[in-house]
Design a protein around this ligand. Structure first.
Ligand SMILES: Cc1ncc(COP(=O)(O)O)c(C=O)c1O
Length: 364
């Protein structure tokens, strides 16, 4: 028997949303007839500029990517008005979350994050054998006060998703600033802002500006959500050079593909596509809230592109919806048995989801 260390044998595999192709073959229907609202993807797809850039560059895939993603890094740095040395690109922001764990955590060190946080935080800590301290969150909002309380000499990294997934809840700028002031300088605070673009301009925390003030702050963003490039795997972190350099050291070589770099660089220029996505998401959320109200379902108002909704038996409802060709996210692995998470789809998809939910609840 190969001798894997205990922290590896105890790892639970990541459970992604059910794949469209799996359900289509199970139900014997076309994948086109399945609505997948389980992975917080962009129902409008990627920007036309990204698609065009990809088509033009497709013959270049015989070449390795630029290991430093120089062009993309420069484009991100320009958008955020920071030096390129502050930007670390990764194969999805998940890779950046993981780089933070690999560079900061090890046996005997600890990370602190909130209950009902993005699963990847737990995975990243476990893979390096670190301890994870989970702060209760009965109201689904990250309890920053308790997070601070849990910091001790072993703590090296704090993970906060803002807005959170699967909760969809959000912490405003004043609270974030008040919190950062109190985080010890030797502890890195990672603000995972995968859903930042969905916030209205007035709500958005000035997180990147705060990186100038806090050398222990790492902000992560992604091209997987509002930019519609989830399948290419590209995201980034912004931090001062002391942190950014260490992350780069633990990044796997050539891990951000050539196509990902090209598409993300083009997508950053497409403000119209981003604006369409954000507007469509806002109207989709309003539609879903209204439908849930009519169906008498409790839900958590969301700042992102999905909603947490209480359906009684989440795994069972999810299976019943599957039989109607609708894939939602059951949340048993998060300890949220009574809830499911529904991503905001296109207008047509949202209608199909609500119709299926209505039929299952016997109200339509
Ligand atoms: C809170 C949060 N952070 C990060 C990610 C990772 O996204 P990606 O690795 O695609 O950038 C997700 C994806 O669902 C998420 O919900």
């Amino acid at each position: 028997m190969p001798d894997f260390p205990e922290h590896i044998t105890k790892l639970q595999p990541y459970v992604p949303g059910l794949a469209i192709t799996s359900l289509a073959s199970e139900l014997g229907i076309s994948p086109d007839d399945i609505v997948k609202v389980a992975s917080n993807e962009n129902p409008l797809g990627p920007s036309e500029l990204a698609l065009r850039a990809l088509a033009e560059a497709s013959s270049e895939i015989a070449l390795y990517p630029d290991n430093d993603s120089l062009e993309l890094t420069a484009a991100i740095a320009a958008v955020h008005n920071v030096p390129p040395e502050w930007v670390v690109v990764g194969s999805g922001s998940e890779a950046v979350l993981s780089m933070a764990a690999v560079s900061l955590l090890t046996h005997g060190r600890q990370t602190v994050y909130s209950q009902y946080s993005f699963q990847a935080f737990a995975g990243a800590a476990q893979r390096v054998g670190a301890t994870a301290v989970v702060v209760p969150s009965p109201d689904f909002v990250v309890n920053l006060e308790e997070l601070l309380d849990k910091i001790n000499e072993q703590t090296a990294l704090l993970y906060i998703a803002n807005p959170g997934n699967p909760t969809g809840t959000f912490i405003g700028n004043a609270e974030i600033e008040g919190f950062l002031k109190r985080v010890p300088k030797n502890v890195v605070a990672l603000l995972d802002e995968a859903y930042y673009e969905y916030l209205s301009p007035g709500e958005r925390p000035r997180s990147v500006e705060l990186v100038h003030e806090y050398p222990n702050l790492l902000v992560t963003r992604t091209f997987s959500k509002a930019y519609g490039l989830a399948g290419l795997r590209v995201g980034y972190g912004i931090a001062q050079p002391e942190v950014a350099d260490m992350l780069r050291r633990v990044r796997a070589p050539f891990s951000v593909t050539r196509m990902a770099q090209i598409a993300a660089t083009a997508a950053l220029k497409d403000d119209d596509s981003l604006a369409r996505t954000v507007a469509s998401n806002a109207s989709g959320l309003r539609f879903l809230y209204e439908a849930f109200d009519k169906l008498g379902l409790e839900y958590v108002p969301s700042y992102a592109n999905f909603v947490l909704v209480k359906v009684g038996d989440g795994p069972q409802m999810s299976q019943r919806l599957n039989r109607r060709g609708v894939i939602v996210r059951p949340l048993k692995s998060y300890g949220l048995n009574e809830w499911i998470r529904i991503s905001v789809g296109s207008a047509a998809e949202n209608e199909q989801v609500v119709a299926a939910l209505g039929k299952e609840l016997g109200s339509h």
